[in-house]
Design a protein around this ligand. Sequence first.
Ligand SMILES: [Zn+2]
Length: 385
Amino acid sequence: MRGSWKIARIAGIDIGVHYTWLFAFLIISWSLAQGYFPQSYPSWSRTLYWAAGFLSAILLFISVLIHELAHSLVAQARGLPVSSITLFIFGGVSNLSEEPERPGLEFGMAIVGPLSSLVLSGIFYIVRLPIGQGTFTYAIFGYLILINLLLAAFNLLPGFPLDGGRVLRAILWKTSGSLVKATNIATAVGRIFGWGFIALGVFIFFNTGDFLSAIWIAIIGVFLNSAAEGSRQEVTVREHLSGVKVTQAMEANTETVGPRLSVAELVRDIFLLKRRRAIPVADGDQIVGMVSITDVRDLPQEQWALTPVERIMTRGPIHTVTPGDDLATALKLIAQLDLNQVPVLSGGKLVGILSRANVISFLQLRQELGTKGERRFNTPPSLRR
Ligand SMILES: [Zn+2]
């Protein structure tokens, strides 16, 4: 995820924190120190409330991380590589390089998250048993028992993309045999929950005046809605792309520029004259990089004439695809590496370029021609930038 920092590496998985998580951390600490702890333990000092607030927020963070690790470790054990886990304002997300290919695998991966939260809650309950009531430790464990129980319950709601929605999709997928049909139903339920949360937020606002909770719940609803819609589009597009090869969508253009060409010439002759957005940089037969409009944008204009392309280009390892690769796989690579385009090589020789724009226009063309395009689709998240 863009805008996140890597903080650790566990079992080969990068653990990252997105900047939005810091807001969640502060809001949670604040609401615990101002509301939750003073209500249950009125005799404590202010310092103690804040200490409990911060400590609880950190332990909540670790609880969410354990929940995500459970998903990721099951995925890895079943042969699905997980590149990273990112914690952001609404929790955590595991970034899988591939989607599960069988309903059984999806079921197992999904259910283990809420189960781990449930188990954590139980562990905190047992550990708390010998601790005296009203003490600092007792209070923190009390919060952890509650929040992990809530995490389990929330994630078990049967709307995609929540874990419960994935479980529902796995069951529908298994019984109907169709991933698209299963996804459509599970994401529709997800949107019902999304709208439900928005309505709940509005209800809370007008009935209790608790603005913070109202806004928080409504935003979760909006997030669920857009995530459900994004997932549905992703699957629809994947279906549209099934069986399509890179060669059908790529731009057959073998033009390259040399590494010592000046940026000024690049802009004039390639970007402006030929209206291209990116071009491979080749030294002899060897592709040594890619240079795009984005690379140029970072360089002050007065330096364009004196700067060679090799200074601003994106260097290797350059990810490439071949004309015979599945378009869906190539698209996944482009999305995962957050690229705009990849060179297409055949037998080590450049034969073209595949960009997000190429994939979008391919899909639009197919839709207009009516081939496999009965259903309208919007641009899925993997094609957006
Ligand atoms: Zn989960």
